[in-house]
Design a protein around this ligand. Structure first.
Ligand SMILES: Nc1ncnc2c1ncn2[C@@H]1O[C@H](COP(=O)(O)OP(=O)(O)O)[C@@H](O)[C@H]1O
Ligand SMILES: [Mg+2]
Length: 403
């Protein structure tokens, strides 16, 4: 590794890029690359861009001036993207060593909880310490799918109500491998948690000591649910073949992407280096105000930012490209076509959100699943080599790049 945590190759590229924006003496300072921030890069860029903007040099041939200007612009983009890259993994490394997988998708009844419970059973059966968390605060039921018939003595409500300090205190063993943090929706208003409580919960989930944490989400597009989805390393959206279901799957993905921009740049952002309420307002106003009617796609939003706020282009495109939704189609009847459902979700997401949705696989209609929600034994625990187990394993292999 080179100085300040940069790889040698990256440091070399940074040096070259920085030479377009900063005086040479500054680059000689050995602490320069350790202390450089996006704010300083922005300032330096503004100064240079002003000086070298082609309009400022009518006497020089247009080509030469705009060449230099382009290099300044490229340098700015390279430096900011290196800085963002360096910031993120570092923050993640210290905050979590586990992998969090969220299972969402608007609409109840598509099979999110059945999938999440069995995913937990499968991961635990491979020897991974796995915790399944019921984050469907208004419709908590995953404890049933993991064999807990009786109401749990302690639930996430005790944590939210500060009757316990840590999630570990409400974690229980399920009979089928994963640990469980269950919910209890019988308390009125359980689904409406305040922002501060949500942050405390998210922080504690990040600190859980486990290999995998599976988050089972509720079936709507409220901010609470989407914020949990965005916190995970992997966000899986479950749909069935019904049009109502895949349309809400798309709306869920869209709501999540816009919420992500709002959480990074908006007033609630806790990313000091990226928070930018002006930019967040610009995004909101161009996409949501009546005048914003023309900006109906993420592609158009990017075009607008390129034109009006070129300095913010790299942070916005990076935030968008970091968002990677995954899709599962559940309850597929024998011999039914799922290709068209997957294509519809992928096409519409590409067209409106400029995003690829990765299809992970489908799950057939299984009679055993219907039975399992009555006898409360997860299908994978009962039939570890059955067809359903194979489907879930294929999905996990694709998601986590297992051999
Ligand atoms: N692949 C499947 N085959 C048959 N029934 C299923 C399948 N997946 C889910 N179900 C049934 O659908 C119902 C709703 O599942 P659930 O996981 O609770 O949905 P959600 O969490 O999305 O609201 C359950 O009663 C379950 O039996
Ligand atoms: Mg559910």
């Amino acid at each position: 590794m080179g100085s300040a945590g940069w790889g040698d190759e990256q440091l070399r590229e940074m040096r070259i890029a920085c030479s377009y924006l900063f005086p040479a003496e500054l680059l000689k300072d050995k602490d320069f690359f350790g202390n450089i921030s996006i704010e300083t890069v922005k300032k330096a860029y503004r100064k240079k861009a002003k000086a070298y903007h082609p309009d400022m040099h009518p006497q020089v041939t247009k080509g030469a001036a705009s060449d230099h200007f382009m290099r300044i612009q490229d340098a700015y983009e390279l430096i900011t993207s290196c800085l963002l890259e360096k910031m993120e993994p570092a923050a993640e490394r210290s905050a979590r060593k586990k992998v969090a997988i969220a299972v969402g998708g608007a609409k109840g009844g598509v099979g999110k909880s059945v999938f999440a419970a069995n995913l937990g059973v499968l991961l635990a059966s491979r020897g991974f310490k796995t915790v399944v968390i019921d984050l469907d605060l208004g419709g908590a039921n995953i404890h049933l799918y993991l064999g807990k018939r009786k109401l749990l003595k302690h639930t996430i409500n005790d944590f939210l109500g500060k009757r316990v300090d840590t999630l570990e205190e409400i974690m229980v063993e399920s009979d089928y491998g994963p640990l469980l943090i269950g919910g209890n929706s019988s308390e009125l208003g359980a689904a409406n948690i305040e922002f501060a409580k949500k942050l405390r919960l998210i922080k504690s989930i990040r600190n859980i000591d486990a290999d995998y944490v599976v988050l089972d989400l509720g079936g709507d597009t409220s901010y609470n649910i989407i914020d949990f989805f965005l916190q995970a390393d992997y966000g899986i959206v479950v749909t069935t073949r019904d049009s109502a279901s895949y349309i809400s799957a798309y709306h869920f993905i869209k709501a999540a992407l816009y919420r992500k921009l709002n959480r990074i740049f908006g007033p609630e952002s806790n990313l000091r280096d990226q928070k930018d309420v002006d930019l967040e307002r610009f995004i909101r106003e161009t996409t949501m105000s009546p005048d914003g009617a023309k900006t109906r796609t993420i592609g158009q939003l990017i075009g607008n930012i390129r034109q009006h706020r070129p300095l913010d282009l790299s942070v916005v495109t990076r935030a968008i490209s970091d968002f990677r939704p995954y899709l599962i189609v559940n309850k597929v009847p024998k011999d039914a076509d799922i290709h068209s459902v997957v294509m519809k979700v992928q096409d519409v997401t590409k067209k409106w959100l400029s995003k690829e949705v990765t299809f992970l696989g489908n799950i057939a209609v299984h009679e055993e699943i219907e039975k399992s929600v009555i006898d409360l034994v997860p299908v994978i625990a009962k039939h570890p080599y059955g067809r359903f187990a194979v489907e879930i394993e294929d999905i996990v292999k694709k998601l986590l790049h297992w051999e």
